[in-house]
Design a protein around this ligand. Structure first.
Ligand SMILES: Cc1cc2nc3c(=O)[nH]c(=O)nc-3n(C[C@H](O)[C@H](O)[C@H](O)COP(=O)(O)OP(=O)(O)OC[C@H]3O[C@@H](n4cnc5c(N)ncnc54)[C@H](O)[C@@H]3O)c2cc1C
Length: 619
């Protein structure tokens, strides 16, 4: 069994854009700002001079003021230093730091690190100056009040898995939620303020700093239920839910955001609020997919839990076609087969296309018996078998069956499929700290390029499907890419589509059969660290390949939307791309709950009003 391995969840990162594109991006941000964003002229003039302070500048808090904050948060104020500072001391010390990056839990437990180290020509990981290792909403409120009062750049980090670098900034104060990780199951949850007639639901309340692997253990292994979260087990709960969020089985259960019943959140004014469909409903809606780090600091989330299916089946295989013509026929046959047999709530994960000749299957089902799962593939296997040596299995077709309750059970996995997991290797690490071996390569990665596009389900119909197949084949000749079927909700149950519609995510997700992801990445590397620099020259070709492959795909999906957390750092039309027609509504929420822009992230709601580093309000 190879669950969220590269076979199941490919790592997709990439290297830089051209400087020209970067300039276009900055120009575009300035133009958006000048075009108004709805702020009145007086506010614009008043704010012209607003700039956040950096260490050493006048206005930076004195040691006494920091100490006062430290007391207020019961000693949970930390002075941060980047572990990479060791690189200026000695090569061996530096090597040790890079070695630690192999363990995603170790990265997650260091407030000065991020899971992705950077993105070529976009951003590089940086430690905040100070962090509050928050344990209570009051700690969060104290940090927020302090940042607001002293004009500090505030950053929020949970799991630290932002590809876009939105949970780190130099010269900032970090709210680090890692220690807020309590998990509590409910048999009959009713949101605060709900009408008396509201039906109680099964739910789970999770501290904002928890990671999905621990939530699945509590909900599924121990509780026998299912909660829709992410695929990668070390992703943070609050970051993923605010992204919208997809796991392997989202085609059956909707986005993670759609399962949010209630959240506790501290807003820019320092108020601790419990928000849901009845209390602060607009803020609640914005937290469901409006992007992390823009509306407040979430401290607790309560998510609906669902009945657990009996069985999970995983399908693997890698097929090589003999000729270009055979490859086109293969892709055409597969897409038809997908439409007829797999385009339904049961099937998720991905198919990877490469080299103009190879297709890799890495899919999973939930809620089907093994017999039913096998039957769903038989027509495709028969078609291949009837074509003799036109197709060769480079990896034989195989299917694995797992009792759903054991999917995240480390003891079961250690016994039955030790090769699919890796564990936190630190002495004394809790046994539940494990991750899919195939995800290990993403720890400490440096991105070169990353683009995604929601592919409309209308392309699966007879007729349009021909052009789709042409686009898939053309793209595969340019760069490897994957169709993530679980990240498009076309084919999902009507009830789950309706719930996902009531979130801030671009409604394009509802009609998409898949999210296409094209990316390129680099092993752990950091610009400016001798011996560990990314190879920018070699990477240029990769960036070009990614762009050209996406260009081919967009030929059949022009103006396709993109998943906010798995998208291009340089996306120009990001407001429309991430949120579609929901953007104006999100901006209204932002103005109401964070009128002065305390919360800033790259390409977050309202970020047009700020310089790219979030320090200066643009006039
Ligand atoms: C290796 C890897 C695997 C991934 N796998 C998946 C996947 O399977 N499915 C999927 O849908 N996505 C996936 N993603 C994308 C991921 O869901 C998003 O990047 C998500 O935002 C990460 O959340 P985090 O808490 O781990 O990251 P962080 O970097 O800590 O946070 C991400 C953003 O959310 C904000 N934030 C974090 N906590 C809070 C809080 N408590 N209150 C307010 N804002 C907060 C941060 O400020 C930041 O802007 C993956 C990313 C990586 C790097």
């Amino acid at each position: 069994m190879h669950l969220h391995s590269p076979e199941w969840q490919t790592s997709h990162c990439g290297k830089g854009r051209s400087e020209v594109k970067r300039r276009e991006f900055l120009g575009c941000m300035a133009a958006l700002t000048l075009s108004g964003g709805g702020r009145d002229a007086g506010a614009a003039i008043r704010d012209q001079a607003f700039r956040r302070v950096r260490p050493g500048e006048s206005g930076w808090p004195s040691e006494v003021q920091w100490q006062r904050l430290g007391k207020q948060v019961n000693g949970r104020l930390l002075r941060l230093r980047s572990p990479f500072d060791a690189c200026s001391a000695s090569e061996s010390a530096c090597g040790e730091v890079f070695a630690r990056l192999a363990n995603p839990y170790e990265i997650g437990d260091d407030p000065a690190l991020t899971q992705t180290l950077g993105w070529a020509n976009a951003w590089t990981t940086a430690a905040s100056e100070w962090a509050v290792a928050v344990e209570t909403p009051a700690d969060v409120a104290a940090a927020i009040d302090f940042a607001r009062t002293h004009r500090l750049r505030l950053v929020v980090k949970g799991g630290g898995h932002s590809y876009q670098g939105t949970s780190c900034s130099k010269d900032s104060l970090l709210v680090w939620t890692r220690r807020m990780n309590a998990i509590r199951l409910h048999d009959a949850f009713v949101a605060d303020g709900a009408p008396a007639s509201t039906q109680p639901e099964h739910a789970v309340s999770v501290g904002a700093g928890a990671v999905w692997m621990h939530v699945y253990r509590a909900v599924t292994v121990e509780g026998g239920r299912y909660v829709q979260g992410g695929g990668c087990g070390t992703v943070g709960v609050a970051g993923l839910v605010q992204s919208g969020g997809f796991g392997s089985f989202s085609k059956g259960f909707g986005t993670a955001a759609a399962g949010l019943l209630e959240a506790e959140v501290v807003t820019a004014d320092g108020t601790i609020r419990v928000v849901n469909a009845h209390r602060d409903p607009e803020l609640f809606w914005a937290l469901k997919g409006g992007g992390g780090g823009s509306f407040g600091v979430v401290t607790r989330l309560t998510l609906r839990t669902r009945e657990l299916p009996e069985t999970i089946c995983a399908v693997f295989g890698k097929i090589r076609a003999r000729s270009d013509g055979d490859y086109r026929a293969l892709v055409a046959r597969f897409m038809e087969h997908y439409r007829d047999h797999l385009f339904n709530p049961h099937w998720g994960e991905q198919v990877v296309f490469y080299d103009g000749s190879v297709m890799r299957l890495s899919m999973v089902s939930q809620g089907l018996t093994r017999e039913a799962a096998e039957a769903a593939w038989q027509p495709f296997l028969d078609w291949l078998a009837a074509r003799g040596d036109a197709y060769q299995w480079e990896r034989a077709f195989s299917m694995l069956e797992v009792p759903a309750r054991r999917l995240w059970d480390v003891d079961f996995l250690k016994q039955n499929a030790p090769q699919v997991i890796a564990t936190d290797s630190r002495p004394g690490a809790p046994p539940e700290n494990f991750y899919w071996a195939g995800d290990g390569g993403q720890a400490g990665q440096f991105l070169l390029a990353y683009r995604s596009a929601w592919m409309p389900a209308a392309l699966l119909a007879d007729g349009p499907r021909d052009a789709l197949v042409d686009a898939l084949v053309a793209a595969s000749r340019r760069w490897q890419f994957a169709l993530h079927f679980n990240k498009g909700l076309g084919g999902a149950p009507a009830e789950d589509i309706a719930r996902s519609r009531d979130t801030a995510t671009n409604p394009a997700v509802l009609d998409a059969f898949a999210l296409a992801i094209v990316a390129a990445d680099h092993d752990p590397a950091l610009p400016g660290v001798p011996g560990h620099e990314p190879d920018f020259d070699a990477a240029r070709k990769e960036v070009d390949g990614v762009d050209r492959a996406m260009h081919s795909l967009l030929a059949v999906a022009p103006r396709a939307g993109s998943y906010v957390s798995e998208s291009d750092f340089f996306e120009r039309d990001w407001q429309r791309s991430f949120w579609g027609g929901n953007y104006e509504r999100l901006l209204a929420v932002k103005r109401r709950y964070d009128p002065d822009g305390l919360f800033f992230v790259h390409h977050g709601v309202g970020s047009e009003a700020w310089s790219p580093d979030g320090f200066t309000r643009l006039a």
